[in-house]
Design a protein around this ligand. Sequence first.
Ligand code: F6R
Length: 620
Amino acid sequence: MCGIVGAIGANDFTPFLLAGLKTLEYRGYDSAGLAVLDASGALCRVRAKGRVSELQARVAQLGISGAVGIAHTRWATHGIPAEHNAHPHVSGGLAVVHNGIIENYEALRGQLQALGYVFSSDTDTETIAHLLRACLCEDATALGFAGPAPDLFTAVRRAVLFLQGAYALAVMREEEPDCLVVAREGSPLMLGLGERGHFAASDASALVSVTRRMIYLENGDVARLRGTGVELVDRQGQAVVREVVQSTLSADAVELGDYRHFMQKEIFEQPQALGNTLEMIGGAARLQPGIFGVEASEIFAQVEAVLILACGTSSYAGQVARYWIEAVAGLPCTVEIASEYRYRHSVPNPQQLVVVISQSGETADTLAALHHAKAQGHAYTLSICNVPESAMVRATRLRFITRAGPEIGVASTKAFTAQLAALFLLTLSLAKVQGRLSLETEQTFLAELRHLPVAVENVLALEPQIKRWSQRFASKQHALFLGRGHHYPIALEGALKLKEISYIHAEGYPAGELKHGPLALVDAQMPVIVVAPNDALLDKLKANMQEVHARGGELYVFADGGTGVVQSDGVNVLRLPEHYGLLSPVLHVVALQLLAYHVALVKGTDVDKPRNLAKSVTVE
Ligand code: F6R
């Protein structure tokens, strides 16, 4: 959510800053801006409402260049998307870009206004700009310091003492053209160590074009970057050396290639993403619970229940897993929306395994829910995450890294199916350690997992038929998605995908719940999408479909072979290639992703950057 790039060295880094913003645009795209020190040493700032391309055009028009610079792409929190609210924010000769939220900004703003600082935006970030300026001048005494900070590095270290909330900051100053200062608390930020200079970004993907050598900042860290080196201090102000990590992120992974949209690319990458995620089971005859961490077997043997915490699509992965964990591992499992759990008075059970699921590993609510669970005495924690260096992964005792590769489309697709694969492995591991998995069942499930990429490939081949269906949705205002059992969360996910990228209002329901209210919505204008696997609940589901049909609703049924659901007037049937038992949700969701994608194409929405949304929700 929001993207930061910074660079310092001997070259003109304006093209790098703009390219970095393009890469990070999926994290926020309502306005963008950059500031550089030009050849004369003057601070030049350019901002534009809208996409990075608007900013690019303005920079080209103005012919701006500079070897020191910071840039930002914004997802509005405080203040509408508008040029005056776009970053960088300036005060005197300094400029700041910021990700996150400063919770006490109103109090700080009042304090700074009383000192005479004039605000020109509605943002929390501008407070930081003025606060830094105050730290650098005589006003420092009014803030409780003996005198002005001698340099920007010291000023940032002082200013962060006032900030409550989450932030990643990059700051530059006309009077100190040889440095950039960055700080991190809560929001991700990393440094890139290059041949031609030093860099900072909120996401490694913005840096791989210039370097693979990276330092992931810890919370509380403040760093000063010069063309020749970096120095770092921790929260206590002690100089620290952080590990330099060699990023393995491939530049292709964040390129569109021949695809029209990242979402399309990511839907079609699912066989590979699943194959990579399942690589650790390889050809092994037995499952090793150690894939979740060295302590996994010991912890899994102790746990009496599972508590899953997540948001959005990741929480639907958790909901599918609830059915699996209770049915296969015999352990009670609850799934809670992280933003509810963190503020709820719940009854902790220290024998519960707390599982956080997150593509990004940075989602503020999930991270806070994890900390809340730990503070309540939960010691058994596991993260299932797609970003190995993320805050969430670092905060749990056990971890499983899905290997879906970078997900750029705002609507999650390949990360979701990779999470399902990981959660199925968790289910089997728990069942095994708890003595509830026979050798035969283990081997059957492992074989099904290994075949999963091929099974998904077969679903992807249905695209032409799904595309034909999508034409019929273009004029619709609403849609209902129905499923039962472990396909009910898939109905929820199908509805979420459709609403977020096509803006058609869609709701997912357990099919049995229809007659308890939502059936009142059904008429000829209401498409009802049904997830129909060939499982034990099929007859019940068919009865629910009859309830819709009898009321003139148009049914779109994704049916497994052998279900006996046939095409007729008002009943459209798309046959899935194979029934896949407990793992069937993985196949059905792929079909629903394709439906949402093609409906969005027909509607002409911005598929990868749907309105009002952004990837990685790092604010509450
Ligand atoms: C929907 C979607 C979101 C995310 C949610 C959690 O397509 O992507 O609902 O699933 O914001 O994000 P992560 O998984 O990064 O914690």
